[in-house]
Every structure is written in structure tokens, then in C-alpha cells.
Design a protein around this ligand. Structure first.
Ligand code: NAI
Length: 355
């Protein structure tokens, strides 16, 4: 565990089994310096346990970075249930997962993710209060991640192209799912021209018919002659094979873990391509969760997600001033916030011991 390639000083990793329901789950709390660890519960038929562990370690770290860069009072966590949601998901299993979350005493707060839904969270809430999606407003579908990606694109376009609108800009969107499709809608509304790719031809046909998008193949999207590439499908798509072929000068998208390895950030920079950190562009979900305890009317949530534009602009300005990449700047900001919060916590603990 401690030598696992995805282990990053995680505070706690819990493996749990419930014989009665067949639940097999892992919960990872990456860092709780800033507050309780927030992150979704993924249910997926992992081929083996090692893949599940790698996923939960990597995704929980990403949640820490999302919350910290947005100055939210949460740490990063994630949970995975090993199983096929279509076959293995039962109310009993979800309640067992809820009891596991409850046993962590509020250090971990869960949300829906791949393979789980808001309805599943409602079942978990029968036994734990530590879930997102608890308010009436939170039940309404709102494409917050797509809206956040739009904000990051707007900031990047202003910074690198000195343009206040997206009118006439060519944007390539890879993947037309929950994030990519609504993002296309926003971009089109703002006058951008769309180039899209998806492995599902029904989705690209819909984008062509409804949004006038130009459809290219899943490989051709990398070379498309566009101003912005928005990866909204899979992780690790910025790699040795794709970076040399990219036709865009900006990469800003919703997919998690877009860089195959950290060194690909430098490889992009060497080609003069700016990469906005994925955890910043796709932080809409954690902002949405925070709004549940503030004001989660759709207008208030979207207004709050708009802060991604300002944060991105700040990161890009600092990167330009220091000569670092936006990812290096954002990572440093996050590390400084975590260190400051951990130091404050140590100080409080020693003061109370002394008292
Ligand atoms: P989704 O499953 O709804 O959509 C993904 C789309 O990508 C599908 O249409 C799929 O056919 C397509 N796709 C798969 N392989 C492809 C390929 N090789 N080339 C082109 N298209 C391909 O997933 P969703 O929810 O839209 O998430 C997309 C990404 O954004 C994922 O990396 C996810 O982790 C990340 N993300 C999603 C959030 C959300 O709120 N849904 C929040 C934060 C990150």
C-alpha cells in the first residue's frame, strides 16, 4: 500500500466487506486538512482489486486538489464498490455502503459517480447523513461540470487569445456524454464552431443535427485544426502518442487525469500548448455540493461555478509571470493551502494540549 505508485500520503484507506450483502468496497481519504473528505462513490466491475485500489487512490487525490484550488472547506476522498451496478446493486448493498460511510464519523462525504445515482444516495441516507444530493434542488439535473469547463475555456481564451467572446472560435470536444454534450451546447450558444468526436455514432449524429457540429473520427480529433481541445471522455489522453499531433494551442476539458504522466505537462509546454489543470476546469461538482449548504437554487449554483473563470485567470496570469506551466502554479497553490491548514491544525492541537 505505502509503496503503491498512486499512493500520495493518503491519510486513511479502508477496505470493507459485508458478508450479508456481498459489499466489497474501498474508501480512500486523501487529505482532510481543509475539511471532511468529499468525493463520489463509484460502482464498477473492476477486472481486479488492484485496478480498484489504483482508481480510488488517484481519484481521491484529485478531489483534494479540486476543493483546495477552489478554496472550499473540504478534503479529498473517494469510494469504490467492486461490482457491476446493473447486476449487483441492491438496496441492501447500498445500505451496507451507507453504514460504512457512517462508521467514518463524517470524515468522508459521498456523492453520485459512475455507476451510482442520486436515487442510490437516497437509499444510503436511510443509514447515514454524510451524502450529497440531500436537498430538493440538488435532485434537479444541472450540468455543473460542463458549465465550469466553459468558464475555464473563457478564461484561457481571454488570456491566450486576448478575446472576450468565443464567437467564431473553433473548439474540438472529445466525448459527448454528461459533460461533453452540454458543453457543446454552451459553446454553440456563444458562437463557437464545434468539431466533435465520440465512439458512439448516435451521439455525434445528434451533435451534427442539433448543433451543426463537424464530426471527426476518435483519432482525428487530436489533429483537428482548432483553437481549443476539450477532452471530455477518458483519462490519459495526453500522452507520447497524442501530444506531438495536437492541433490546438489550448487544452481545457472535463475529463479526469488527462495527462498520462506528469511529464506530459512539460511536453505540452515545449510545444507551446497551454494545459489548464483538469482538476480546476472540472471542479463544478464540488462547488455544487458546497452550495447545498449555502443556496442551491440553479441560479446560485451556476453563479458560484463561475468562480472557476476567475481562478483560472489568476493561475494563468501567475504562470505567465513566473514562466511555469499553469499546472505547476496550481499544484503549488494547492500544496501551500494544505500545508497552511495542516500547520494551523497542529497549532490548535498543541495549544489545547498545553491548555
Ligand atoms: P459519459 O460516460 O457520460 O461520457 C463519456 C463519453 O465519451 C461517451 O459519450 C463515450 O461514448 C465517449 N467516449 C468514450 N471513449 C471515447 C473515445 N476514445 N473517443 C471519443 N469519445 C469517447 O461521462 P461523463 O460523465 O461525461 O464524464 C466524462 C469525463 O469527465 C470523465 O473523465 C469523468 O471522469 C470526467 N468528469 C465527469 C464529471 C461529471 O459530473 N459527470 C465530473 C468531473 C469529471
Amino acid at each position: 500500500m505505502f509503496s503503491h505508485p498512486e499512493y500520495d500520503g493518503h491519510e486513511r484507506v479502508v477496505h470493507a466487506h459485508d458478508a450479508a450483502t456481498g459489499l466489497r468496497a474501498i474508501v480512500a481519504l486523501h487529505d482532510t486538512s481543509l475539511g471532511p473528505a468529499f468525493g463520489g462513490c463509484r460502482m464498477y466491475p473492476y477486472a481486479d482489486e488492484a485496478l480498484a485500489l489504483a482508481d480510488v487512490l488517484r481519484l481521491s487525490r484529485g478531489m483534494t486538489y479540486k476543493a483546495a484550488i477552489c478554496e472550499l472547506p473540504y478534503g479529498g476522498g473517494k469510494s469504490v464498490i467492486l461490482g457491476d451496478p446493473r447486476r449487483d446493486k441492491t438496496p441492501e448493498l447500498l445500505r451496507a455502503m451507507g453504514r460504512l460511510i457512517e462508521s467514518l464519523g463524517g470524515r468522508y462525504v459521498t456523492a453520485d459517480d459512475v455507476g451510482t445515482t442520486l436515487a442510490d444516495l437516497a437509499v444510503m441516507r436511510e443509514v447515514t447523513k454524510h451524502t450529497a444530493g440531500a436537498t430538493a434542488s440538488a435532485q434537479a439535473p444541472l450540468a455543473v461540470t460542463a458549465y465550469g469547463v466553459l468558464m475555464a475555456i473563457e478564461a484561457a481564451v481571454r488570456h491566450y487569445y486576448q478575446r472576450d467572446t468565443l464567437e467564431g472560435l473553433r473548439v474540438a470536444v472529445q466525448g459527448l456524454g454528461n459533460v461533453g454534450y452540454p458543453l457543446c451546447g454552451h459553446l454553440r450558444e456563444r458562437g463557437a464552431e464545434l468539431v466533435v468526436a465520440d465512439v458512439d455514432p448516435a451521439r455525434t449524429a445528434k451533435a451534427a443535427a442539433e448543433l451543426g457540429a463537424e464530426v471527426v473520427g476518435p483519432e482525428a480529433i487530436y489533429e483537428a485544426s482548432v483553437d481549443v481541445l476539450a477532452p471530455c471522455a477518458l483519462g490519459a489522453i495526453l500522452n507520447d502518442r497524442t501530444v506531438p499531433r495536437l492541433g490546438a494551442r489550448l487544452v481545457v476539458g472535463g475529463a479526469n487525469n488527462q495527462l498520462a504522466e506528469p511529464r506530459h505537462d512539460a511536453m505540452l509546454a515545449a510545444r507551446g500548448i497551454a494545459y489548464v489543470p483538469d482538476y480546476l476546469a472540472n471542479a463544478g461538482g464540488v462547488i455544487d455540493f458546497h452550495q447545498e449548504s449555502v443556496d442551491d437554487s440553479p441560479e446560485a449554483v451556476l453563479r458560484s461555478v463561475e468562480r472557476i473563470r476567475g481562478i483560472t485567470a489568476g493561475v494563468l496570469a501567475r504562470a505567465a509571470a513566473s514562466g511555469e506551466t499553469p499546472l505547476q502554479v496550481a499544484d503549488r497553490i494547492v500544496r501551500e493551502r494544505l500545508q497552511a491548514a495542516a500547520a494551523a491544525r497542529r497549532h490548535t492541537a498543541s495549544a489545547s494540549t498545553a491548555g
